[in-house]
Design a protein around this ligand. Sequence first.
Ligand code: ARG
Length: 300
Amino acid sequence: MTATTLSRPGASASTASTPADAATDASGAPAAAARAARPRRYLMCRPTHFEVSYAINPWMDPAEPVDTGLAVAQWERLYRLFRELGHRVDLIDPLPGLPDMVYAANGATVVDGRVLGARFRNAERAAEGPAYLEWFRARGFATHDPAHVNEGEGDILLTGRYLLAGRGFRSVSAGHAEAQEFLGRPVIGLDLVDPRFYHLDTALSVLDGEEIMYYPGAFSAGSRRVLQQLFPDAVLVDEADAEAFGLNVVSDGLHVIHPEPATGVAARLRERGFRPIAMDLSELLKGGGSVKCCTLEIRE
Ligand code: ARG
């Protein structure tokens, strides 16, 4: 696998030299020079039909007006940024009547070119599962139509070694077992306990390999101990940053795209040698999602 170092859009590679370019920082974590972006392939869905017409998480309020045009404009900036960073982005056609389809992370989980379809807990989103699965089937991927609830990468996140799988609000243990069997990676089940952080990708993010960050308060006591054992060097994020959706990020190994209000997360990432890039996705936050929710990684 070739690792390519990409520069921030608008910045030339030669401007990358900063004091953080030493091989390691004070904590021993690799600094900027040791980090490399790996080109990724993503699937996204334009929020053409985005609205908040029902409430299935505490962030959604159908009484609050949504500016669909602004949502599209904000989403377009994210779509453009990924391509400027050298990533390939495929698009799936948005379907009328499925306003949450913009949250592509929920559409599937793709590992080694194998596509575990999603099965949604809520009837409002049920038709999204088959729509995403068909997109992959039509392109020749090996697919599995799940029997149990799993909400794709919203709840199933791949580290170098494990599938971290959330449950408690949406995905269920039987869905985790199905993911382990079809994708052939060991599943670590994690219990989510705070309804604000109803999907794993609102409470935890994978930065690179076994490097993760999470908000401990989103997890049960036992799950916190599991995370401590497996990821003793994790970045621990506070409640304010978690509430700003600061864990709903996309990392390519160097650049970490994060919601603009999560400034504390950006500072922590910079200390670790990552390059945080802020994005304003305020309209999409009204549906309870941000950067990661809008992005499904296709791992071939
Ligand atoms: N309104 C959507 C839901 O509640 C938001 C999904 C956000 N996606 C995510 N990957 N967390 O299902």
